[in-house]
Write a protein that binds this ligand. Structure first.
Ligand SMILES: [Zn+2]
Length: 330
């Protein structure tokens, strides 16, 4: 056995036990934040079903390798988010690749597996296409739906699937995993990556392989720290900059705002007397200037702002409110 999924032992055991006793559900809904390992886990299930070795999933046989590289004729990965962006053709494509294929027998393996990513973004027309199949699942077919948040999944879909939650992975486990890579940097850098990853193993691996991206992330946090010394007008300018970024690339900017929370966590750690020479001097300066309460309150209003942004409340307005509140704490 060789699961590619890192961590998530409970989820793996649950699926494996069901597989051994032939009680696998025809449809799974995997819930977990971005980069926590949902796609990897779904592909592992597809391997388990189609692996030709004895110890399934081996991740080494032809079948497993073809699944891994997206070349297996019986395993389809469809990303609803990118389909949504391609508008109407996305629906036709979904209908074409989903409905027509679900009715076909497996071609090279033993099970057809459909992995549908980002179903949080699914439109009603798309949901209807999937619902029909979820209601009358063809034999030899498994449907695996992936979403970040269970609350955004339509109840009609949710109720027809077995739900698996993938929790964030512990920082210490991420450090341990990253240190198995070739060309590993300093332990402190690994710890920093693990801390910022907030349990998202995929994100941590990406950062390890891309030092430039890591520098960018650090810069985002340093930029945020500056707001505590800004006048109200400067804070509003900053809010405007961020709201423009949201218009240009929403998911990326939301991730960046999440980093502000990580930044505040560091300030709290420093305030509690945690010593680490890896911290940039700005962290030390700002942590001395702010009180515990100011940091906590700032964290609360950022979380509030993130909720508002998820509810599609006007970004400029939400961010202006955020800046106004932060200004009044200081
Ligand atoms: Zn295999």
């Amino acid at each position: 056995m060789n699961w590619t999924t890192f961590g998530h032992k409970k989820a793996i055991q649950g699926v494996y036990k069901a597989y051994l006793s032939d009680r696998l559900s025809h449809a799974y809904l995997i819930i977990g934040m971005q980069n926590v390992g949902k796609t990897t886990f779904a592909l592992d299930i597809a391997k388990l079903l189609n692996c030709i070795s004895e110890n399934k999933p081996c991740s080494e046989c032809q079948s497993c390798k073809r699944i891994e590289s997206n070349n297996h004729t019986d395993v389809s990965v469809i990303d609803i988010f990118s389909d949504q962006n391609s508008s109407v053709s996305g629906i036709d494509e979904l209908r074409d690749s989903f409905i027509s294929k679900t009715n076909r027998k497996p071609f090279e393996g033993t099970s057809r597996v459909f992995i549908l990513k980002s179903i949080d973004h699914m439109r009603v027309e798309q949901a209807n296409i999937i619902l029909k199949t979820l209601e009358e699942p063809p034999e030899d077919t498994k449907i695996i739906l992936l979403a970040k948040n269970i609350d955004t999944v339509l109840e009609t879909i949710r109720s027809r699937c077995q739900v698996i939650y993938l929790d964030p992975i512990k920082e210490s486990e991420i450090v341990e995993y990253l240190s198995t890579f070739r060309s590993v940097p300093d332990e402190k850098i690994l710890q920093n990556i693990a801390k910022l990853s907030q349990g998202r193993i995929g994100w941590a691996i990406k950062m390890l392989n891309d030092p430039e991206e890591m520098n960018y992330v650090n810069q985002i946090m340093l930029d945020f720290l500056q707001i505590f010394n800004f006048s109200l007008i400067e804070k509003f300018d900053f809010a405007q900059e961020i709201s423009i970024k949201i218009q240009r690339n929403r998911p990326k900017t939301i991730n960046e705002i999440n980093l502000w929370l990580a930044c505040l966590r560091d300030l709290l750690l420093l305030k509690s007397g945690y010593e680490n020479d890896q911290f940039h001097e700005d962290y030390i300066r700002v942590s001395n200037e702010l009180s515990f309460n100011q940091i906590l309150q700032t964290g609360n209003v950022i979380s509030e702002t993130l909720e508002n942004l998820n509810l599609n409340i006007n970004p400029r307005l939400s961010l202006d409110m955020l800046m106004l509140k932060v200004h009044n704490f200081n």
